[in-house]
Design a protein around this ligand. Structure first.
Ligand code: M1P
Length: 253
């Protein structure tokens, strides 16, 4: 059985939400020449954003591409799995969740508000108090402000509390618990419990003897935490593309 190396994207192969640089592309090309290793990415972002960051040929650079934590999964250039958040929780619960998010977005008071506050993806909701259509400068400004004022953490508490009340009031609906993760600079990913990055491991665990994972948000509450501590993975923590290359150079394959 083979080894697979799984990379997180933002903060691991690229700087947050920016395009991949040539030293990482060179590293990927070298790894692709080693026949005893397969390589993949697992990110919270949707496929379109992964393509923007890693290039139009992202599917041919990696054996596996897991978008939205693996809720949308590709292998050898082909989509082989997709799972829908709204189908899983149902329209009534989705409407409730979106209303809780909207209420929390209205209440939040970041320095600026722009547009696209909610992105409804296949396997998750992504919500942003500044709005996804902010500029790069506004993105950095929000990130620095949030590091001090914890706007996103406060929103998570509010939405989660609202969801728990909804669940308590509707015992007959079999409502799932939710997971919240802060994977990037301006937003929160929301999905059913256990649909974190460990979701993709179900497709790998019987095929690979060794599953190496490298990510940057490996601390509790970060979106790499669950896969980082999972017993199926041999995991490494990075702080950016430069360190990722150093880690790869020290691992014995
Ligand atoms: O890949 C990490 C995160 O990247 C983006 O985060 P942000 O726009 O907040 O920097 C989002 O696509 C998010 O879903 C993802 O987890």
């Amino acid at each position: 059985m083979k080894t697979i190396i799984l990379f997180d994207v933002d903060g691991t192969l690229t700087k947050p939400r920016l395009k991949v640089e040539s030293d990482i592309i060179n590293m990927i090309s070298k790894l692709n020449k080693n026949n005893s290793i397969d390589i993949g990415i697992v990110g919270g972002s949707d496929f379109k954003k992964q393509q923007e960051q890693l290039g139009d040929d992202v599917l041919s650079l990696f054996d596996y591409v897991f978008s939205e934590n693996g809720l949308v999964s590709y292998c050898n250039n082909e989509l082989f799995h997709s799972n829908s958040f709204v189908d899983f929780i149902g329209e009534k619960s989705m409407k409730k969740l979106i209303n809780l998010c909207l209420r929390s977005i209205i209440k939040a008071d970041p320095p600026k508000k722009r547009g696209t506050f909610i992105e409804n993806r296949t396997g998750m909701l992504n919500i942003s108090p500044v709005g996804r259509s902010c500029s790069q400068e506004e993105r950095e400004e929000f990130f620095n402000y949030d590091n001090i004022h914890n706007i996103r953490k406060e929103m998570i508490n509010e939405i989660d509390n609202g969801w728990k009340v909804y669940k308590y009031e509707n015992p007959n609906l079999n409502i799932t618990d939710l997971s919240f993760s802060i994977g990037g600079q301006i937003s929160i990913d929301i999905f059913p419990k256990n649909w974190d990055k460990t979701y993709c491991l179900q497709f790998l665990k019987d095929k690979y003897q060794r599953i190496i994972f490298i990510g940057d948000k490996t601390y509790e509450g970060g979106n790499d935490y669950e896969i980082f501590i999972n017993q199926l993975t041999e995991s490494y923590s990075t702080d950016g593309p430069e360190k990722t290359i150093k880690i790869i150079n020290t691992i014995k394959f």
